[in-house]
Design a protein around this ligand. Structure first.
Ligand code: UGA
Length: 433
């Protein structure tokens, strides 16, 4: 967001606690992979609109709006760790104490309902010695960026939610967003806690939608002449359902859906309410990764000492992120079964190496990964894998058995030459081929 605004000509100051990250960013390097981020970061630095401060330095006092965008990771019990948020808010409040003009604080971090008013507001009031609604404004506006397409999403939001403490705060944030996004982007103003919950409900709904189609897929596997891809297309064109997020696969992962579903379940429980639908969506997701391993076992019998190639490690394409990735869950299960694993991913190799060390083999290319293996699991739908042909598997593998857990290969063409198992398709595809 900071980079996007700076590229649009707004004067932005970003504050970062980690000194080495601050240095990297100043040199135009992104501390994590995100498509087009580094290009735009360099542009913003060259334009002179982006200033990067470490928390030791003092940020300028002339900003009108301060966005709090720190991470809110999961604690062990699934609830939300607000440590970083509290620290950032305290720093911001200390600067507010020195300011004379009115300014607006906007929480962008994903936080449980009540946090902005019950945690953020008291900290700001204590350390700035000012009152919300008079000397400063307060709002909560959740982010809906997807990893891998964050720069696109930040430029083209499908909606902007403004949870406002008071009218003045809402007016100022709406005016700012109108300037940035024009008149076509829907802006919805609401109470602060509604905006906070909308973020969790949005991610939980998406996760539930994927778990739903994964269960439809599992049902399809028990029925002859049926395909979950066709079923998904058949239901998705109903605008009440929608086509997106109906790709059956190995399950959902990443730093957001798993964290936010857990947080919603834990938050509800603390209020004495069981959010059973989301609890089950989480359970179904765990079982889905086991389904992929089961498919390998159905083909190979015991996996003991079997050579298995894993193509795709990041939790989705166009990122190197493996947090809560299905691949990690599947690799753990395969290692428990003493399979011999060779893995390949276009971006995430180093992250996986840091996690599994010498317990698995790291291939340099797809072909190196497939070489001599007895079964190949495709766990992420990278474009590089979509271009693979049956010959690639036949020539490299000991036995060309492919488990397509992301439905990237056309079963009609593929299953004639290799033994293909696809999520959401009945086991014996030969009848359809
Ligand atoms: C998610 C939300 O989509 C964003 O709207 C939200 O802003 C973000 O979390 C966040 O809270 O910051 P992201 O974590 O980047 O974004 O990933 P998604 O694109 O939602 O994918 C999540 C997982 O679901 C991936 O593992 C993906 O493979 C899986 N998925 C997605 C499916 O298995 N099938 C689908 O049809 C769609």
């Amino acid at each position: 967001m900071a980079v996007h605004l700076a590229c649009r000509g707004y004067q932005v100051t970003g504050t970062e606690t980690n000194e080495s990250k601050t240095e990297l960013i100043r040199r135009g390097k992104s501390p994590f992979f995100e498509s087009q981020l580094e290009r735009d970061l360099k542009k913003a630095l060259a334009m002179g609109t982006l200033r990067v401060c470490s928390t030791r330095e003092t940020s300028p006092l002339d900003s009108v709006i301060t966005f709090i965008i720190v991470g809110t990771p999961s604690l062990r019990d699934g609830s939300v760790d607000l440590t970083y948020l509290k620290k950032a808010v305290k720093n911001c409040a200390k600067r507010l104490a020195e300011k004379e003009d009115y300014s607006l604080v906007v929480v962008r971090s994903t936080v449980p309902p009540g946090t902005t008013e019950d945690v953020v507001k008291p900290i700001i009031e204590q350390y700035s010695r000012k009152k919300a609604g008079t000397a400063f404004g307060l709002a909560m506006s959740p982010e809906f960026l997807r990893e891998g397409s964050a720069m696109h999403d930040v430029a083209h939001p499908d909606r902007i939610l403004i949870g406002e403490y008071d009218r003045r705060s809402g007016d100022l944030l709406e005016e700012f967003n109108r300037k940035v996004y024009g008149s076509n982007t829907p802006i919805i103003r609401m109470r602060i806690a509604s905006a906070e919950l909308a973020k969790y409900a949005s991610n939980a709904f998406l996760a539930t939608k994927v778990s739903f189609i994964n269960q439809v897929a599992n049902l399809c596997e028990r029925i002859k002449r049926i395909d979950v891809v066709e079923v998904a297309r058949g239901i998705g064109l109903d605008p009440r359902i929608g086509e997106r997020f109906l790709d059956a696969g190995a399950g959902w992962g990443g730093s957001c859906l798993p964290k936010d579903t857990k947080a919603l379940v834990t938050f509800s429980r603390k209020l004495g309410y069981r959010f059973k639908l989301v609890e089950v969506a989480i359970l179904v997701n765990k079982l889905q990764s086991r389904r992929v391993v089961e498919m390998a076992e159905e083909e190979l019998g015991s996996l003991y000492e079997k050579g298995i190639a894993v193509l795709g490690l990041s939790f989705k394409p166009n990122t190197d992120d493996i947090r809560e990735a299905t691949s990690v869950r599947i690799i753990r299960q395969l290692l428990n079964k003493k399979a011999k694993l060779k893995v390949y991913d276009p971006l995430a190799m180093e992250n996986v190496r840091a996690l599994f060390g010498r317990r698995i083999t790291y291939a340099h290319t797809v072909h190196d990964c497939l070489k001599e293996s007895e079964c190949c699991l495709v766990l992420t739908e990278w474009d590089e894998f979509k271009r693979l042909k049956t010959e690639d598997f036949i020539t490299s593998m000991k036995k060309p058995i492919v488990i397509d857990a992301r439905r990237i290969f056309d079963p009609r063409r593929f299953s004639k030459k290799v033994r293909l198992r696809s999520i959401g398709l009945e086991k014996y595809r030969e009848e359809m081929a």
